[in-house]
Design a protein around this ligand. Structure first.
Ligand code: F6P
Length: 546
């Protein structure tokens, strides 16, 4: 591998940003706000129904100008155009990257290799809608003629995190007389707990796997089939009424025993972690109904259009990406905390972990050089206010810089409006406290004993952004997810990496397969791992019971 300096760190903007970071390190957010009374309004942008306030980030005019210039110099306009045009920008897999086509309105056209992919998308969406309506309306019945009341979605990674996140996020819009469950882990307890108490005669399984080769998903799908047939008298014909598949692999689906008439397809130009608005979202559509699903797609599309057409200095995904890059590459932050002040978004941080870290956890550039800068930071988070009573202490007074993304909604979905005010008061208070802190003099002025002053002082100067939307609707959720999708893309373009492959997950899969055959051997296997792994396996074999 070429270990010469990369193009990125040779760019004049990179050096200028490094020099500028030294100056910003000596500037407090208090000074930046004092110097510009309109900063809170100026450093904000709006699009697709979302408002982004990035004024509490440690950026000034010069930092923003240089970051925008860097994005231009890295070819962001051309790369964005290439993605929207369906060019094969996923270089290592030689694929187009067209999740934006999944939400293009009916009637628009986008040709890839002579095929209008938008027409294909809508053909599947229409089939999904017809199926979802039949299940919701009770016309699609189980093998014994009973109405479907339980939907269990089986998948993992991008074939699970999007559906479960969206189901939780949009519960307020979902059918309350149906039960939805999601099974992902190969740990059999995940499946057993999901089906505990369910009647197989009323249960529909949606097996979601882009490749239809994923070990966890196939193991759980087999367990589901056995459970279902067991409960329905063993008639294989029941599979047709209780199993549908979402995949790009029709042969795999057929081999499993699911009729491909009951399969909903998508395409290799949809990355797993960018697939929640493809047929992978079938459980979401059954839960919230086709109309709400289309509203979610419209939210995605509104953000796509905003991203494609808005000048960078007002472009939400671009601004969010560049601020994240500034924190990561120039201020030394290693992580981003995502803090939705919405309980319905409790799975959003987990969803973002795959989106951001599987996309940008790379260390080789598109021209095969080892990067000489940090790439994707660690994403994590919890809904507010719960996090405040656990890890926020470190964010406020710890030694690490933890930039935060606060997410909030103006209109409550619960009838407890006063509690919504309390929730949002906490969101606003956290951003303010992190940015401005409390000086030692302010602490003393409160009469605090000198021995405690240092402990009760808040340095402040801790960066955060706040994303506000009117209400957590399907439209808002679509726009929010697309905002992060495009922000991930922008960062990947600047880092010059392939944000759309995931080779890093392969080695573990191969070793697990080999180890599984050892664990399944009839006689004690000859272990040829390192001494640590050998010993762990030996102890496991000794203690696992029969
Ligand atoms: O192992 C990682 C991964 O390939 C993800 O990228 C993907 O979302 C997940 O596994 C599931 O893959 P599939 O949908 O093919 O089962």
């Amino acid at each position: 591998m070429d270990t010469q300096p990369t193009a990125l760190t040779q760019r004049p903007q990179w050096a200028a940003l490094q020099a500028h970071a030294g100056r910003i390190a000596r500037t407090h957010l208090r000074e930046l706000f004092a110097a510009d009374p309109a900063r809170g309004q100026r450093l904000s942008a709006e699009g697709a129904g979302l408002y982004l306030d990035y004024s509490k980030q440690r950026v000034d005019e010069d930092a923003l100008r240089l970051l925008l210039e860097l994005a231009e110099a890295c070819g962001l306009p051309a790369r964005t155009a290439a993605m929207f045009a369906g060019e094969r920008i996923n270089r290592t897999e030689d694929r187009s990257v067209l999740h934006v086509a999944l939400r293009m309105p009916k009637g628009e056209r986008l040709e890839v290799d002579g095929v209008d992919v938008v027409a294909q998308v809508h053909e599947v969406l229409d089939r999904m809608a017809a199926f979802a309506e039949r299940v919701r309306g009770g016309q699609w019945t189980g093998h014994s003629g009973k109405r479907i009341r339980n939907v269990v979605s089986i998948g993992i990674g991008g074939s699970d995190l999007g559906p479960v996140m969206a189901y939780e996020a949009l519960r307020d819009f979902s059918r309350r007389d149906m039960h939805f469950a999601f099974v992902s882990n190969v740990d059999g307890t995940d499946f057993s707990e999901a089906v505990r108490g369910l009647d197989p005669a009323e249960t529909l399984f949606i097996v979601c796997s882009k490749t239809f080769t994923t070990l966890e998903t196939l193991a759980n799908a087999h367990a589901a089939r056995a459970w279902c047939l067991d409960g329905l008298g063993g008639d294989d014909a029941a599979v047709a009424k209780h199993f549908v598949a979402v995949s790009t692999n029709a042969d795999g689906v057929r081999d499993f025993g699911i009729d491909t008439d009951n399969m909903f397809g998508f395409w290799d130009w949809v990355g797993g972690r960018y697939s929640m608005d493809s047929a992978i979202g079938l459980s979401t559509m059954i839960a919230i109904g086709p109309e709400n699903f289309r509203d979610m797609l419209a939210g995605f599309h509104a953000m796509d259009v905003h991203f494609r057409d808005t000048p960078f200095e007002r472009n939400l995904p671009v601004l969010m990406a560049l601020v994240a890059l500034w924190n990561n590459n120039f201020l030394g932050a290693e992580t981003v905390a995502v803090l939705p002040y919405a309980q319905y978004l409790k799975r959003f941080p987990a969803y973002l972990q795959q989106l951001t870290m599987e996309s940008n956890g790379k260390s080789v550039t598109l021209d095969d050089r080892r990067v000489d800068y940090q790439t994707g930071p660690v994403y994590w988070g919890e809904p507010g206010t719960n996090g405040q009573h656990s890890f926020y202490q470190l964010i406020h007074q710890g030694t690490r810089l933890v930039p935060c993304d606060f997410i909030g909604f103006c209109e409550p979905l619960s009838p407890l409006h006063e509690q919504h005010d309390l929730l949002m008061a906490n969101l606003f208070a956290q951003g303010e406290a992190l940015a401005f802190g409390k000086t030692a003099d302010e602490v003393r002025a409160e009469g605090v004993a000198e021995a405690l002053v240092a402990h009760k002082t808040f340095e402040g100067n801790r960066p955060s952004s706040t994303i506000l939307a009117q209400k957590l609707t399907p439209h808002a959720l679509g726009a929010l997810v697309a905002l992060y999708e495009h922000s991930v893309f922008v960062q990947g373009v600047v880092w010059d990496i392939d944000s759309f492959d995931q080779w890093g997950v392969e080695l573990g899969k191969v070793l697990a397969k080999q180890t599984a055959s050892e664990l399944g051997a009839d006689s004690p296997p000859e272990l040829r791992h390192d001494s640590s792994t050998n010993e762990l396996i030996r102890r496991y074999l000794d203690q696992r019971g029969s």
